[in-house]
Design a protein around this ligand. Structure first.
Ligand code: C2E
Ligand code: MG
Ligand code: MG
Ligand code: MG
Length: 299
C-alpha cells in the first residue's frame, strides 16, 4: 500500500516537475538565448540608434531628436526595444548598452556639428538601473568631452520610476547633470506612480505627456482633461511640454490649442536611421521650413 502511494506521489511529482520544467524551459531558454545574443550585440555592432524628431509648434522646426535603440540581430532579425530593454535591465546588460547609447549619441552630434547641420538637442533614455550605479554624470561628461560636444545639446530622459527608486541618490546625479548644463526630461508622464512632490524636488526642464493620453485626446474627455491639466502644471513649473505619440492632424490641432510646446510622433516622422534624418534636417536648413505648415495656413 505504502509503495503504491509513494509511487503515485513520485509519479505525480514527476509529472508536475515535467509540466513545470517544460514551460519554464521554453521560457527560460528563450530568455537565456536572447541574453546570450544580446551580450554579443554591442561587440558585433548590432545596436543602432534611430532618431525621432521633436517639432516646435511655435515655428514648425525640428528643435531636437530622441535617440531610440534598435537591435538588428544577425540571427533573430530586427528586435524592438520593448522586447529587449526589459531583458537588458534584468541582466544588467543595460549598463554597457546605456553607456554605448550615451557615447553613440555624442559621436553622432559631433558628426552633425561637423557637417554644419542645424544645432538641435539629442535626448537619450536612461534607466533606473543606470542611475543606481551612481555613474551617470561621469559617463555623460566623458562622452561629451571625448566628442567636444557642449552639454546644452544633450538631454537625459527618465521615467517616474527612476525618481521613486532611491530618490536622493538619483536627485544628486540629476543636480550634477543640470549643473553641467545637460537638460532633464521626464518621460511617459502620468503613467507611473510618482507623486507631484517629485516635480518640485527634482530639477527638470521638460515634461513629456505620455502617448496613452495623446492617443485618446480628441475622443476621450478624460484624457483631454489630463493632458490639459498636465500642460498647465508643467508650464507653472517653467517646464517645456512635449506630447509624444502624435499621429493625427486632429491631435495636433488639439495640442496646439492647449498650448503644448512640442510634438513628437508618426504624424511628423517615425524614428529614422541617421542617414534619413540627415536628409530631413538638410531639407529643413535649405527650405527653412518643414512639413508642418505655419499656424496661419492651417484650419
Ligand atoms: P519612449 O522613451 O517613451 O519612446 C517613445 C516610443 O514611442 C518609441 O518606441 C517611439 O518609436 C514610439 N512612438 C513615437 N511616436 C509614435 C507614434 O506616433 N505612435 C506610436 N504608436 N508610437 C510612437 P520605441 O522606439 O519602440 O521604444 C520603446 C521604449 O523603449 C522607449 O519608450 C523607451 O522606454 C525604451 N527605450 C528605447 N531606447 C532606449 C534606450 O536607449 N535606453 C533605454 N533605457 N530605454 C530605451
Ligand atoms: Mg523616451
Ligand atoms: Mg515616452
Ligand atoms: Mg513610452
Amino acid at each position: 500500500g505504502a509503495d503504491v502511494a509513494l509511487s503515485h506521489v513520485k509519479e505525480a511529482g514527476r509529472n508536475n516537475f515535467h509540466f513545470y520544467t517544460g514551460e519554464m524551459n521554453a521560457h527560460a531558454l528563450r530568455w537565456m538565448s536572447l541574453e546570450v545574443h544580446l551580450r554579443h550585440a554591442v561587440e558585433r555592432n548590432e545596436l543602432r540608434l534611430y532618431f525621432q524628431p521633436q517639432v516646435s509648434l511655435a515655428d514648425g522646426r525640428v528643435t531636437g531628436v530622441e535617440a531610440l535603440l534598435r537591435w538588428q540581430s544577425a540571427e533573430l532579425g530586427m528586435i524592438p526595444p520593448g522586447d529587449f530593454i526589459p531583458l537588458a535591465e534584468d541582466s544588467g546588460l543595460i549598463l554597457d548598452i546605456g553607456t554605448w547609447v550615451i557615447e553613440e549619441a555624442c559621436r553622432q552630434m559631433k558628426a552633425w556639428h561637423a557637417k554644419g547641420l542645424p544645432a538641435m538637442t539629442v535626448a537619450v533614455n536612461v534607466s533606473a538601473r543606470q542611475f543606481a550605479t551612481g555613474t551617470v554624470p561621469a559617463v555623460v561628461s566623458k562622452a561629451l568631452r571625448d566628442n567636444g560636444v557642449a552639454p546644452r545639446w544633450l538631454e537625459v530622459e527618465l521615467t517616474e520610476s527612476v525618481m521613486m527608486h532611491d530618490s536622493e541618490h538619483t536627485q544628486m546625479q540629476l543636480n550634477e547633470l543640470s549643473a553641467m548644463g545637460v537638460s532633464i526630461s521626464l518621460d511617459d508622464f502620468g503613467t507611473g506612480y510618482s507623486s507631484l512632490g517629485y516635480l518640485s524636488r527634482f530639477r527638470l526642464d521638460k515634461l513629456k505627456i505620455d502617448q496613452t493620453f495623446v492617443k485618446n485626446i480628441t475622443t476621450d474627455p478624460r484624457s483631454a482633461a489630463i493632458a490639459r491639466a498636465t500642460t498647465a502644471l508643467a508650464h507653472g513649473l517653467n517646464l517645456v511640454v512635449v506630447a509624444e505619440g502624435v499621429e493625427t492632424e486632429g491631435q495636433l490641432a488639439f495640442l496646439r490649442d492647449m498650448g503644448c510646446d512640442k510634438i513628437q510622433g508618426y504624424l511628423f516622422s517615425r524614428p529614422l536611421p541617421v542617414d534619413e534624418l540627415s536628409v530631413l534636417l538638410l531639407e529643413q536648413r535649405m527650405l527653412a521650413t518643414v512639413a508642418l505648415p505655419p499656424p496661419a495656413a492651417r484650419t
